[in-house]
Ligand binder design. Structure first.
Ligand code: TRP
Length: 430
């Protein structure tokens, strides 16, 4: 049975935080170890350019994100791990897809519509600040996915529409150019209902846009401890019973702990554990998991050349799939090597010739003849001379119609040929 191909892109803006780890990185690394899947993880750095025009931040973020995924246990030998921008076939495919994507479909993309709505509300030109990159974002994403014929794409809910668009565009291409073959597998979004969304410092979802994140590796153990200390709690004093569900401490602890540890922590809070001590326990529990990964992260970040080598090797492997597939797609739309096209036409001719044939001709005696040859041009039947091409043609028509052969004055079996062979040849001409 062939494996399920799972593909996901990581936009390289920002620095990974605890919410990214629990919600995306950890489950993805675990899933990539399943023997039934073939995983593709890539850095969507072309997508990052759409959102960010600060080269230093782009450069830093893609290095940090690569190091983070490797430090968290992604094995570049078992998964395809690469940078989108190292696969030139992706922008090439983007163009092929752009040419079959309805503009109206892109008009409906949520991200684009949100910009238009905001502009309209502000009394601005509807397209103010909208680049073609933002507008075409879903086509580039469709190319990411269709290039590797992914079956499943794990994404957050905000990305489901993009997967549907990838299906639309892929289906359109199949319809236009497939000629009975589906070039593209139509992908499905995989959204985990149970996917852990971690609360941030203030209890709202942990997100860069709320400025309430706990960094994963950035700033080391010291920063982790300091940030945990800033998690909002109520003002109950040590010794007072606490509601464990009144603070983000509990879900953050739970995301790392075993059920027994969680139960114990809950009980301690209800029992009057002070918030300061509680925060220390959370820090220590997280640190148990994070410290070894952070050590690997720091080692990697200190050797950017090693990460570069890993990603280039990953790109090479991915291109091993992308390049031959793109060649087929180019050919499907008509961008073909002229020699291949000419050779194809020739093969078609040979195929036509690979059948028995009647051949009519005129001899030096001025009379008209025909012969029947088989697919290999071996002579089966030879006529005598007719007075006109029309008479020869009539005799051929008769033979074809009857599809049987009896010895006659006007044509004879070639030497070593049986009537049954002639009849088989005539049958083939029916
Ligand atoms: N748009 C995705 C996001 O913002 C990132 C992404 C780019 C992606 N290409 C992809 C995700 C392909 C899945 C598949 O999260």
């Amino acid at each position: 049975m062939s494996k399920t191909r799972v593909l996901t892109g990581i936009t390289t803006t920002g620095t990974p935080h605890l919410g990214n780890y629990v919600g995306a990185i950890r489950p993805a690394v675990a899933a990539s170890r399943s023997p039934d899947v073939e995983s593709y993880y890539f850095m969507a750095d072309y997508h990052a350019l759409i959102k960010c025009d600060d080269p230093a931040r782009i450069a830093r973020s893609r290095l940090e994100i690569a190091a983070t995924w490797l430090a968290c246990g992604l094995d570049p030998e078992t998964v395809y791990f690469y940078r989108q921008s190292d696969i030139p076939e992706i922008p090439e495919l983007t163009w092929l897809l752009t040419c079959v994507t309805a503009k109206g479909l892109m008009n409906r993309a949520h991200a684009y519509k949100a910009s238009v709505d905001a502009n309209t509300a502000a009394g601005e030109d509807p397209d103010a600040g909208v680049t073609m990159g933002l507008y075409s974002y879903p086509i580039l994403m469709a190319a990411d996915i269709l290039m590797f014929n992914a079956h499943k794409v794990p994404v957050g809910r905000d990305q489901i529409q993009h997967i549907e668009m990838a299906r639309d565009v892929g289906a359109r291409f199949n319809h236009l150019f497939g000629a009975g073959r589906d070039y593209f597998t139509l992908p499905e979004a995989a959204t985990e209902e149970s996917v852990a969304t971690l609360p941030g410092l203030d209890g709202r979802k942990m997100s860069k846009s709320y400025d309430n994140t706990v960094p994963l590796f950035d700033g080391g153990a010291k920063k982790l401890k300091e940030t945990i200390a800033r998690i909002v709690t109520d003002s109950r004093l040590p010794g007072e019973a606490k509601d464990p569900d009144s603070t983000a401490l509990m879900p953050i602890f739970t995301a790392f702990a075993e059920p027994a540890e969680t139960a114990e922590f809950r009980a301690a809070l209800a029992d009057g554990l002070g918030w300061g001590d509680a925060k220390q326990r959370v820090f220590e529990r997280l640190e148990r998991d994070i410290a070894p990964m952070r050590a690997r992260y720091e080692e990697l970040i200190a050797q950017p050349g090693r990460i570069e080598d890993i990603l280039q090797a990953g790109a090479q492997r991915a291109r091993g799939i992308a390049a031959p597939f793109l060649a087929e797609l180019r050919s499907a739309v008509g961008l073909r090597d002229f020699r291949t096209d000419a050779a194809k036409a020739k093969t078609a001719e040979t195929a036509k010739a690979a059948k028995p044939q009647f051949k009519q001709y005129r001899e030096n005696d001025g009379r008209f003849y025909f012969k029947l040859v088989d697919a290999e041009q071996r002579l089966l039947l030879q006529s005598t001379g007719f007075d006109s091409p029309k008479l020869a043609g009539q005799r051929i028509a008769e033979l074809r119609a009857a599809a049987t052969f009896a010895a006659a004055d006007d044509c004879a079996l070639a030497e070593g040929v049986g009537a049954d062979e002639v009849e088989r040849a005539l049958a083939e001409l029916q």
